[in-house]
Design a protein around this ligand. Sequence first.
Ligand SMILES: [Zn+2]
Length: 560
Amino acid sequence: MRTMIVKTYNSLKRKKNEFLINRKQKKQVKSLYKKKLVIIQIDGLSYDDLIFCMNDGYAPFLKKLINEQQYFLKQYNPGLVSTTPVIQAGILYGDNNDVAGFRFVDKERKKAVSLESPLDAFYLENTYYKDKKGLLADYGSSYFNHFSGTAERSMFTMSTLWKQSKLQKLKQTDLLLIFLANPLRIVKVAYLAAYEIIIEHLEGVWRGIVAFFKWKRAKIPLVYSLVRMNMNVICRELATLGTIIDMSRDTPIIYTNYIGYDEVSHHRGPSNKSVYRIVRAIDRNIKRIWNKKPSEYEMIILSDHGQTEALPFKCVYKQSLGDFIQQLTAVPVSFDEEIDTEEITLEYIKRYLDEASKKNKFAGLLTIFESKKLEKEKKKKLTAISIATSCNLAQIYFLIEKKKLVRTEIDQFYPDFISELIKHHGIGVVFGRGENHFFILTKEGEITFTATGEISTDEDRKKLAYLLNNYKMNISHEIFIKQILKMMQKPLAGDLIIIGSMIKDKDNKQKMISFVDHFGSHGAFGGKQTNAFIITKDEIKEEIYDATQIHKIIKERYCR
Ligand SMILES: [Zn+2]
C-alpha cells in the first residue's frame, strides 16, 4: 500500500514538473511571437474566382472580413512551378529550391519523386529540408498540408503521415493536468480527448485511402472521384475542428489547408456553380474559426495558386505526352512513374513502415500493400528518358548523363527532337539551356537570355511580349524572366521543360492543354493559375512574385 502511495506521489510530482515546464513553455511562446496567427489556405482558388465568389454570395464572410474588419485583399504571383508543394515549401521554409515540381526526377540518385506519395513527401522533407527550421517549428500546427514546416503538431500532412504523432505525450501531460487542476473543465477535456482518439483513427483510415487509391485510381475513376468528394467534406470538418481546438490550447501559429476546391476543380473546371459551392462551405468554416477567438488571433487567408480551364492532352490528341515522346525518340520513356531504384531510400522507408505497423493497425495493413509495391519498384529501372508532370507543365530528363544537358548535347543524342517537340499543336513553349544562355522556344521562334536575365535583342523582347499576351499574362518581362531562371536553375529541374499550349475549344473558349487528365490545371503560367490571393490584417505594399516572400512577411510580422 505504502509503495503504491509513494509511486502515485512520485508520478504526480513528475506530472507537476512536466506541467511547470509547459507553463515555462507558454512563457517562451509569448517571447517567440508578437501575435497569434491562423493561416488558412484555400487550395487552388484564384484571385479572379475569389472576386466572383465574393460578388455572387459564395464568400460572404471573406467579403465581410475585408469590408467590416478592415482586412486587405491582395493579388499575388506565387512563382513557378505553380503547384502546392513548391509554393508551400516557399511559405513554410522560405526556400523552395529543392522542390522542382509536383513530380520531378533526381538524376544523380536515379529517383523519381512524386508529391502525391506520402512516402516521397516524407523522404523529401527529411532529406532536403532536414537542417532547416520551418515556419511552424515553435509550437505550431499543420493540417492537410504537403509539408509540416517542422510543426509540433502535424496532422493529415503528407510528409508526416508515416511518423508517429505526439498525441500520446499530449494526452499524458496537458490534458490530464488541465483535467486535474480544474474539475469544471471535465466536459471540455472529455471532448478534447474524444477528438484525439477519433482523429488518430481517422488519420489511419485516411492514410489507407491515400495508399489504396494511389494504386487503383486509374482503374476506377468514378468511385475515386466520389470517395474524393466525400473525403473533402470530412477533411474540411477535421481541418476546422483541429484548428479550433488548437486555438483553445493557445497554439501560437496554425497553418490549415482546405483542399476540396482544388481537388474538385481539377475534374470539373475552376469556375462553375458546383465548385463555387465548395467555396461557400469553406467560407462558413473560416467564419467558425474566426468566431473562436477574434480578439486573440489574427488571420491570413491565402490561396497557393489559381487554376486555368484546361483540356487533357490525351483527350485532344488521342495519345499521351509519354507516347508522343517515345514516338519521337524511339527509346523507352517513363511517364509520371514512381520509380525508386535507390536501396537506401527503400530501406529507410521500410524501417518507418515497420515502426508504424507496431503502433497502428491501419499502418500495419498498409505495410502489406506498400511492401508489395516497393518490391515491384525495386525491379524497375528508370528508362532513358523520364517525364515528370505538374499538370500543364512537364519536365523532361535525359538519364544518359547525370548533369543537366545543353541543347547541343540533346541534339547530338536525339537529333531534331527539340524542333519536333515545339511543332506539336499541344505544346506551347519549350524551355532549355545553351552553352552560355537559356532559351524559350515558341511557335513564333526563339527567345534567348543570359543567366543574369538580359534578353538578347529587341526582336526577342517583341517575341516575349507576344508570348505573354498569348498566355494572358499581366507581368513585367524582368519578373517573368526571373521566375523562369529560378525554375530552370533548381538543382533537380528537367533538362527541358515544356508547357501546354493555349487553344480554343469547340465553344471558342480559351483553354490550356494539360499533360494529365485535368479540366482545371496549374503548374505553369497562363490565365488564372498564377493569380493567387492573400488577405491580411495589415496591408502588404510590396509586389509578390515568389512564395518565399510570404515566408519573410509572416516572420517579420508575427515572429520576434
Ligand atoms: Zn491542384
